[in-house]
Design a protein around this ligand. Structure first.
Ligand code: HAM
Length: 418
C-alpha cells in the first residue's frame, strides 16, 4: 500500500533515504522554534477542529482555496471540509468567546492543513502551518508587531537578512490605484476589483500578454500597473510600520513591494509575504489584515479588526536544508544498563526504572545478549555512561568519555551521572 500523493510519512532520523524522507525530528525542531518565538512575543496557543462545515470556507476564503478543498458529505448528511487554512476557524472561535478575553488577543496555532493542490516543489496536499494572529487592534503598530514576530521566527532558525526578505504591500494602496483608474469609466461591479486583485496576485507567474489582456478588460494597462509597482512609494500606513521596525533594528529585513497583494479574498489592508532572498523557493509565509472577517463569520454579531500570518513547514524545511541550517538529530540516551549476569536481571530492571524516574533516558538489553554485543549497542547509542549491577547493593558506573569507573551504592547511582 502506497501513501496518498501529496501526503508525507515522518520518520525518526536517520532517514530511510537521504532525499526522499521527511524527518520527524526536523519537524519537531521547527515546531519548538515556532512555539518558543511566539511565547517571547506574548502569544497564547489555541487549536480548533481539523474538520469544519464546508460553508465556513466557501464564502470567506475566495475561489482559489475553494477549488482546492478536501470536502465530502458525512454520514449525517453534512457538507464538511478538512481545514485548508486556520483563519476562518480562528475568526469563528474569537467571535464566539471574545468577551472572555482582554483585547488585543494574541493567539497562535500549529495546525495541519489540507489542500487538494497539484503536488509540486513547496506544495503538498497537507502541510503544517504556524499561524500567529492579533485580534482587536487597528493601529499599524499591531502590523509591525506581527511582522517583527515573523522576522524573529525566521531568525530563530539561524536565517539572516542575506537569506530572506519580507515583501510588504497594501491592499489599501491597490484599492486607491483601482479607484483612480476607474474614474470616468462606467461603474464597476464589486467582483471587478476582486478580479483585478487576482490578476495582480498572479502577475509574476503569468505571461505578460495574458495579464495585459485581463487588465485591459478591466480598464487598465500593464504598463500603468508596472509603473505603480516600480514606484514602490510607501503609503503613510506602510511608512509607520517601516519606522516601527527600524526602531527595533529590523528595517533591513523588509522592503515595500507592490507585487504582493495576496490571493485570499478576505484581506483588507496591509499584506506581506516572506521569500528566500535568492528567489529559489515559493513563499515561506504570507499574511495581512482582515478587518471584516470576524464580522462576516459571526453573521454581523461581532466586529473586530484582525491580522495575522501563516508560515508553512514545507518551504521552510526546504530552505533550511538548502542553507545547511538544520542541526543533526540523534536519539539521546544517557545511560545503558548492562546485564551480563542474568541472575541480576530483576535488580537491573529496578535500576533502569529508578533512573528513568529520575529523568534519565535509559536503555538495556531486552533479552539475554553477549556482553560485547551489549557494549557495542551502548556505543552505537552514544550513551554517556554504562551501569552494571554488581550485587544487590552496588553498581559499577563507567563514564564512556573519560573511561573512569566507579562503584556506587545502588541508591546513589543518579548522583554519579552528571
Ligand atoms: P497562505 O498564503 O495560503 O495563507 O499560506 C501561508 C503559507 O503556508 C504559504 O506561504 C506556504 O508557505 C504555506 N502553504 C500554503 N499552501 C501550502 C501547500 N499546499 N503546501 C505546502 N505549504 C503550503 C494562509 O493560509 C492564511 N490563512 C494565513 C493567514 C493567517 N493570514 C492571516 N492569518
Amino acid at each position: 500500500m502506497e501513501r496518498l500523493p501529496g501526503f508525507r510519512d515522518f520518520y525518526p532520523e536517520p532517514l530511510p533515504s537521504r532525499d526522499a524522507g521527511w524527518s520527524f525530528d526536523a519537524r519537531q525542531y521547527v515546531f519548538d522554534k515556532w512555539r518558543e518565538t511566539a511565547r517571547r512575543y506574548g502569544f497564547r496557543e489555541y487549536d480548533g477542529p481539523p474538520l469544519e462545515s464546508l460553508e465556513l470556507f466557501t464564502t470567506k476564503s475566495g475561489d482559489e482555496i475553494v477549488g482546492q478543498l478536501y470536502n465530502f458529505t458525512d454520514k449525517g448528511d453534512r457538507a464538511v471540509a478538512l481545514r485548508p487554512e486556520m483563519t476562518p476557524t480562528l475568526a469563528r472561535m474569537a467571535a464566539a468567546h471574545e468577551r472572555n478575553y482582554k483585547k488585543p488577543l494574541k493567539w497562535f496555532a500549529v495546525p495541519q492543513l489540507f489542500r487538494y493542490e497539484r503536488q509540486q516543489k513547496g506544495r503538498l496536499r497537507e502541510h503544517f502551518q504556524f499561524n500567529a494572529d492579533l485580534i482587536g487592534e487597528t493601529d499599524p503598530a499591531a502590523d509591525a508587531e506581527l511582522i517583527a514576530l515573523l522576522i524573529d521566527t525566521l531568525r530563530s532558525f539561524g536565517l539572516t537578512e542575506q537569506d530572506f526578505v519580507i515583501r510588504l504591500s497594501s491592499r489599501n494602496a491597490w484599492h486607491d490605484f483601482y479607484q483612480q483608474g476607474r474614474e470616468g469609466v462606467s461603474p464597476s461591479q464589486k467582483s471587478d476589483e476582486y478580479n483585478f486583485f487576482q490578476t495582480i496576485d498572479k502577475l509574476e507567474r503569468t505571461a505578460p500578454e495574458e495579464s495585459e489582456q485581463k487588465l485591459a478588460a478591466l480598464g487598465f494597462s500593464l504598463a500603468g500597473v508596472n509603473r505603480f509597482i516600480e514606484s514602490g512609494k510607501p503609503t503613510a500606513e506602510l511608512q509607520s510600520i517601516l519606522n516601527n521596525l527600524a526602531a527595533r533594528g529590523l528595517h533591513n529585513f523588509v522592503k515595500v513591494d507592490y507585487h504582493v497583494i495576496r490571493g485570499l479574498a478576505y484581506y483588507t489592508g496591509v499584506v506581506f509575504e516572506a521569500f528566500d532572498a535568492k528567489g529559489e523557493f515559493r513563499a515561506i509565509a504570507g499574511g495581512g489584515r482582515y478587518d471584516n472577517l470576524v464580522k462576516l463569520v459571526s453573521g454581523g454579531k461581532v466586529d473586530l479588526p484582525a491580522l495575522g500570518f501563516g508560515m508553512g513547514d514545507v518551504v521552510l524545511l526546504e530552505l533550511l536544508k538548502a542553507r545547511g541550517r538544520l542541526p543533526k538529530f540523534d536519539a539521546v540516551t544517557d545511560v545503558f544498563v548492562l546485564i551480563e549476569d542474568e541472575q541480576l536481571r530483576s535488580q537491573s530492571l529496578k535500576l533502569v526504572h529508578e533512573l528513568r524516574a529520575a529523568d534519565f533516558a535509559v536503555e538495556y538489553p531486552l533479552t539475554p545478549a553477549r556482553p560485547d554485543k551489549q557494549f557495542k549497542r551502548a556505543q552505537e547509542l552514544k550513551v554517556g555512561f554504562t551501569a552494571r549491577v554488581e550485587s544487590d547493593a552496588y553498581v559499577r558506573i563507567r563514564n564512556l568519555k573519560t573511561r573512569e569507573e566507579i562503584v556506587a551504592g545502588f541508591a546513589d547511582v543518579a548522583n554519579h551521572l552528571g
